[in-house]
Design a protein around this ligand. Structure first.
Ligand SMILES: CC(=O)SCCNC(=O)CCNC(=O)[C@H](O)C(C)(C)COP(=O)(O)OP(=O)(O)OC[C@H]1O[C@@H](n2cnc3c(N)ncnc32)[C@H](O)[C@@H]1OP(=O)(O)O
Length: 208
């Protein structure tokens, strides 16, 4: 059992709180731009600036509770800022996740309930494999990739840094998605995506 704090105070943070408690960990509190009140049910430890000014007083382990629905550098920047103050971000596999052997995951990555990550896959730092998503064998994900709830990456898919794979999207085997791409909810990707942008539909087409 370890003691953690949560960076972030929204819905994703509450999911991670539940996941940590299910695994028997202690959670000291959370940091966020403001006190979220009773919805978080754990102590508010202040803003990121407050916390990092006095981080020696707090747990040395954290999870990244900031959610992600688009591309952007914010999550990784936050992770690196905390790491620079000596805070570790262990990988979190929720009790209800299935993660095969021979899977590597970078600091701050989480695999949530019902999600499956299959043998030979690699997750970068700060990835979210959300509820009931599948990352099949031999996939390679960059840093800060969110595979949203129920999305499916077939075998050998490669996803670049900061991508957002929308809920229920399907990527066929061996496709490559370049960095900074958003795949819309329910899209089906059957060809490589080589230009950053937003892609929706079946087959997925660029809209922005
Ligand atoms: C636990 C969790 O909550 S995990 C988070 C889950 N969240 C997600 O998966 C979010 C995924 N995001 C989406 O699917 C979004 O709709 C996006 C990113 C693809 C597009 O968002 P925006 O850039 O705001 O586009 P916007 O809503 O203006 O739509 C633009 C056009 O694309 C269409 N469109 C948007 N999303 C989709 C989609 N998923 N599939 C098909 N068409 C779509 C719209 O109908 C609209 O068409 P129109 O111009 O003919 O009216």
């Amino acid at each position: 059992m370890s003691e953690f704090c949560i960076v972030g105070g929204g819905g994703h943070a509450r999911v991670l709180l539940y996941g940590l408690q299910q695994l028997g960990h202690q959670v000291r509190g959370y940091t966020a731009p403001r006190d979220e009140g009773v919805s978080m049910a754990i102590p508010f430890l202040g803003t990121d600036d407050d916390f990092l000014d006095r981080c020696a007083l707090f747990p040395e382990m954290a999870v990244l509770g900031l959610g992600k629905v688009t591309i952007g550098h914010q999550r990784l920047a936050l992770l690196e800022r905390y790491q620079a103050c000596g805070i570790d971000f262990p990988v979190l596999y929720a009790q209800g996740a299935i993660v095969h052997g021979r899977v590597d995951s970078g600091a701050g990555s989480v695999v949530l309930d019902g999600a499956v990550v299959v043998t030979g896959s690699r997750l970068g730092r700060a990835c979210i494999i959300n509820t009931h998503a599948t990352v099949d064998h031999d996939c390679v994900l960059g840093d800060d990739v969110h595979v949203a709830s129920g999305a499916t990456l077939s075998g050998g898919v490669i996803v670049g840094d900061r991508c957002m794979i929308g809920t229920g999207a399907n990527l066929i085997h061996a496709v490559r998605i370049c960095a900074d791409s958003v795949i819309g909810a329910g899209a089906t990707v059957i060809h490589d995506i080589i230009m950053p942008g937003t892609y929706v539909g079946t087959p997925a087409r660029r809209i922005a």
